[in-house]
Each structure stands twice: as C-alpha cells, then as structure tokens.
Ligand binder design. Structure first.
Ligand code: HEC
Length: 396
C-alpha cells in the first residue's frame, strides 16, 4: 500500500514484523538512535505511518505534521525520532503512545479541553482544519445557498450530511469516503463535494491535477484548531514549543501549500442549519468516524479490553485480505449495517458469541458467507482480537 524504503532500518523492521508490535519496535529503534546521536536527547514524535497528507514514514514524503515536527526538533536543537502508530485507534492511540510515554509530542490534535483533557495539554493552534466545499473552478460556492439545486456529495454519517439533511432544495449524493466523493465529481454524478478539506486538497493535488477549487467551511462540527499535544507533565516542553511556533509560521504555511491543504477565507455555516445535538454522529473533534483521517478517529472501549497486539495484528491481516472488501479496510465502514466496529454496541456481552456463530455459519440470505471451511478457530480468534481493537464507544 505504501512504499517501503529499503534504506531505512525502521521500514525494514515494519516489513519484517508485518506491522506487528510496531510500537515496541519503534521504541527500541528510538533508543538506539538516541545512543548514536550521542549527547542530545531526541525529540520523539508520535505519528501515523500511513496518513498522508499528514504523516507517513516515507522519508521522501513525510507529510505536513511530520515536517512540522522536523522543523520543531531543529529549532529545539534535538534530533528527531519517531514512534509510528496507526491513528485510527483515535484516543486509544493517544493513550498508548503519548500518554504511554512512547513519545514527547503528537501533532494535529484538536485544541479542545474535551479532547482528553486534562491528561493531554496543547500548544497554541498552528492551523485550522475542517470540511470543505469542492467544485469545478469557476463555479460560485460562497455559501450554503449556492448549493441550492445542486447535487452535493456528502460522506455517510459526517457533519455535512447532517447539516444538509433538512435541505430539500439540495440533492445529496451519499458516498462512503472522500475518495468516492471526488470520483463522483469527476464522473459528473455530483456538482459539489462537501468533504474533509485536507483530504480533498491532497486528492485534488495528487490525483486530479488541481482541477477543482476548494473552499474551507467553518461552524459547529465543521472545523477546529489543530495543535500539538503533550502529556500533562510536559508543560516545560509545551511552553518552549509555544515560544518557537511563531517563528515557524512561514514554514508551516509553505508546508500547507506543499501538501495541498485548502487555504483562504472559510465559508461560515450558521447554527440555523445545524441539526440538534445527538443526531450528529460525526460532530466535532474526537467524536467522528472514518471521515476524520487525522488522529481524531474512533475510540475503543478502553484498555482493559486491549488484546494482545501480535494476535490482533495477525487477525487484521486476515481481515484485510478476506473480509475488507465487504466490511471495509481495517473495518472502517460507514454503512452501519455492516460496520463491525459496532459489534459491541450492538451485542454487548453476546458480542463474542454472535461473532462466532456468524463467521462459522454465515448469513447466506443476507450476503454474509460462511467461513468455517476457510479458517481455523485460532484464525477466528485472531480476527476477533483485531475487531476488539476497533470497537466504537457504546454510545457512539
Ligand atoms: C461478500 C461480502 C462479505 C464478506 C467477504 C464478509 N462479510 Fe461479514 N457480513 C456481510 C454482510 C452483508 C453482513 C450483514 C448480514 C446481516 O445484515 O444480517 C455481514 C455480517 C457480519 C457479521 C455480523 C455483524 C452484525 O452486526 O450482525 C460479522 C461478525 C461478520 N460479518 C464478520 C465477517 C468476517 C470476520 C469476515 C471475513 C472472514 C466477513 N464477515 C466477510 C458480508 C460479508
């Protein structure tokens, strides 16, 4: 899926370990790097290895957040090391990595006390992130009223979908991902896409030759301030970073351009269009689903249920090889009925039993095959362990 750089020991480690136990591997490498670097203590950054435009473990294209981290480390006079960890575990990622003292900072968290405060403290905001309106150049998209009579692609269970739900004068084209929304535009099935801005910008730049104009939006659940997060004991480091940030403003602005992040005056959506709280599944930082590709994703039930990472990793491989084309890669799926992240929410204590029965016998009438001739019970166990790591909060 992503290029592996054979020159990098870290990447090789990833390939060998098949991404298993990668947190542990990174720590080991981080400490080796520290020894080689001699005196200076490294600035340890936590980042997702596969989350462009934000972060990647490819040295030639590290991403917006990682390059900000590199600039920060330089300003701090420290060498940088990385702790790579997939961010779709959301708050659990933050708990395991940042709060688990695997790293010193995590870039791109929503600057909000609601996001794991007071355990996590924040720098000042360095960027605004949010949903954006994407349309062919030349079309006026100055506000929600310009969407009247248009076909607007919105992602299932996202804030934009909820915002437009009550507008009968706007035709919604529901899609499952920002990629699909861009395709809908490209194929003439939609006039406008109302999707997560950074991903829209990135796709526009890398896949669509900069063909579209992208207008940021702001409003409740539509945009938030991105900041750098630290564990609560790290106030000294946080204060130093806050001192450095103003000098990095130009660098950060250049990086935003480099990674195609949308800029310019945002379109404001009044609260009049907002749906009542409680009906918005993807509202705001931390509460969202698959549409939020940065570290703010879904949260698991809690660490008490965190399974053995190695087994879960093996289960994930099987899952992505066999189950993902119906249930979504890494079980990220916006169609509720087949969203396996909702198993606990749906079945509670009967979750394991339901899983077991369903994978063994299938539900042929509903399109779920039986797998009992295909996998061993150990393999089912590992798939189950993987699914445990992606369960949504029960009140989703
Ligand atoms: C060909 C498509 C397809 C594949 C491949 C597939 N599933 Fe399913 N699966 C479904 C559908 C459709 C349902 C929903 C059935 C229903 O609505 O009752 C489902 C339901 C389930 C459920 C129950 C969900 C619930 O909430 O009731 C589990 C658990 C499950 N699948 C696990 C798996 C696993 C594990 C694999 C891989 C080994 C897999 N599925 C592969 C289509 C598929």
């Amino acid at each position: 899926m992503r290029p592996i750089n054979p020159a990098s020991g870290k990447s090789r480690q990833h390939a060998i370990a098949g991404r298993l136990a990668c947190a542990a591997a990174s720590v080991l490498i981080a400490s080796v790097a520290a020894v080689h670097a001699g005196e200076a203590k490294p600035f340890r950054l936590c980042a997702d290895p596969t989350n462009l435009p934000f972060s990647s473990d490819s040295p030639s294209q590290p991403g917006f957040y990682v390059e900000i981290g590199q600039a920060l480390a330089q300003a701090l006079g420290q060498p940088i090391t990385y702790d790579w960890y997939k961010s779709y575990f959301g708050k659990r990622t933050v708990r395991v990595t940042l709060l688990g003292k695997q790293c010193d900072a995590m870039i791109g968290l929503p600057r909000s006390e609601d996001f794991m405060g007071p355990a996590v403290i924040f720098s000042n905001s360095f960027a605004k992130e949010g949903y954006a309106l994407v349309a062919a150049k030349g079309q006026a998209i100055g506000g929600v009223d310009d969407l009247r009579g248009k076909r607007v692609a919105v992602q299932y269970a996202s804030t934009p979908q909820n915002l437009l739900a009550t507008r009968d004068d706007i035709q919604k084209v529901t899609v499952l991902s920002p990629e699909e929304a861009m395709q809908a535009l490209d194929q003439g099935r939609a006039d406008v896409a109302f999707i997560w801005g950074p991903v829209a910008g990135w796709l526009n730049m890398t896949a669509y030759n900069d063909r579209y104009q992208i207008r940021l939006t702001e409003g409740e659940g539509l945009s938030w301030d991105a900041a750098i997060g630290f564990a609560k004991g790290s106030t000294a480091l946080r204060d130093r970073v806050d001192q450095i940030l103003p000098a990095l403003q130009k660098t950060i602005a250049d990086l935003a351009v480099k990674y195609g992040l949308p800029a310019g005056q945002p379109v404001r959506f009044g609260t009049a269009q907002a749906v009542p709280a409680g009906t918005t599944t993807g509202a705001g930082p931390g509460a969202g689903g698959a549409q939020v590709a940065s570290v703010v994703a879904t949260e698991t039930k809690g660490d008490a249920t965190a399974p053995n990472e190695e087994i879960a990793g093996a289960g994930k491989e099987i899952f992505n090889g066999t189950c993902a084309h119906c249930h979504g890669p890494d079980a990220i799926q916006s169609e509720r009925k087949i969203d396996l992240r909702l198993l606990r929410h749906r079945y509670g204590d009967d979750m394991r039993e339901t899983f077991w029965k369903t994978v063994h016998e299938g539900r042929p009438a509903k399109g779920m095959p039986s797998w009992k001739e295909v996998f061993t019970d150990n393999q089912f166990d590992s798939i189950y362990s993987f699914l445990l790591t992606v369960q949504a909060e029960s009140n989703d």
